[in-house]
Design a protein. Structure first.
Length: 301
């Protein structure tokens, strides 16, 4: 399979890897949040009748693979960070999500829990995942969507603007929920579905939020970030703003993406002109049926 064209670099992938390497020994500190996100995603399997035998876990940080194993699904784990990958039992591959090494039709299920939002070429990564799926294989992915961390973004911007002549981007940009559906369609997935979930987390301390983000490997990896040591008072000033009215909700919004690798056996919508019953006739028949049931229930029929 040919590799995707190099996209505009928004994220420094080396920094993403280093952040995940450093976070691996501390990730249990935010286990409650990552487990809740993993449950929201894996529980989607209860809504499908298909049974899966071999899955790919992309960047699950050791929280997804055990949930798949409990369902009897053989799982291969993949992570940009070797240190984070070692948290997952079973076979694993250290690989960049932008350059996946898997052969076509290797898996019938791919689960990517909070791992694709640091990818520069997300459409290209999704195309690669579609190719790695067998026909009628399922993709389950979760990504943070706006307005996730909007309070933190605003607090850092205001604090840095007060302390210096300008401000550097310090919180990753997130897509809108509507963007997720377009991404699945662009990548060629069939029957795409996207819905929103919100993780109900509240913090009394802004510093606790920053520590959780660091423990999850979610530190700033933007290419355009200011590489200089930030002003000493910056984070203290931002934390003070966050803690006004504490406990506060950091706004962790997830886009849950579901898509199927195309297969000839999948249902397809009818093309224009294929309908055999005019819409007006169908609505009239439905209206007559509802009236008949209403009269029967009232005893007037």
């Amino acid at each position: 399979m040919s590799q995707p064209d190099r996209a505009i670099e928004i994220f420094d992938r080396r920094s993403v890897r280093l952040h995940r390497d450093r976070a691996a020994p501390r990730v249990e500190a935010c286990a409650e949040i990552l487990e809740a996100a993993a449950d929201l995603l894996v529980e989607r399997l209860d809504d499908v009748t298909r049974r899966f035998s071999r899955a790919l876990d992309i960047g699950g940080r050791g929280f997804v693979a055990p949930r798949l194993a409990a369902r009897g699904i053989e799982t291969v784990c993949c992570d940009l960070s070797g240190a984070m990958l070692r948290r997952s039992a079973g076979p694993g591959v250290v690989a960049d999500e932008e350059w996946l090494p898997f052969a076509p039709s290797s898996f019938d299920l791919v689960v990517a829990n909070l791992s694709l939002h640091w990818v520069n070429d997300l459409p290209g990564a999704l195309i690669q995942l579609r190719h790695a799926l067998k026909p009628d294989g399922l993709l389950l992915a979760s990504v943070p969507v706006l307005p996730t961390l909007s309070q933190l973004r605003a607090a850092l911007l205001a604090a840095e603007t007060e302390l210096s002549a300008g401000a550097s981007p310090r919180v990753s940009p997130f897509p809108e929920l509507s963007d997720c559906a377009r991404l699945l369609q662009r990548a060629g997935f069939a029957l795409p579905v996207v819905d929103a979930e919100r993780l109900g987390v509240r913090y009394r301390s802004g510093l606790a939020l920053l520590r959780d983000l660091s423990a999850a490997g979610e530190a700033n990896a933007l290419v355009l970030r200011d590489r200089r040591v930030p002003p000493r008072a910056l984070f203290a000033a931002a934390v003070t703003r966050l803690e006004i009215g504490a406990p506060f909700d950091p706004g962790l919004h997830l886009g849950i993406m579901t898509g199927w690798a195309p297969s000839p056996d999948q249902p397809r919508p009818l093309r224009p002109g294929q309908f055999t019953v005019p819409l007006a006739e169908a609505l009239e028949d439905r209206s007559d049926e509802l009236l008949r049931r209403s009269l029967e229930e009232s005893g007037e029929g």
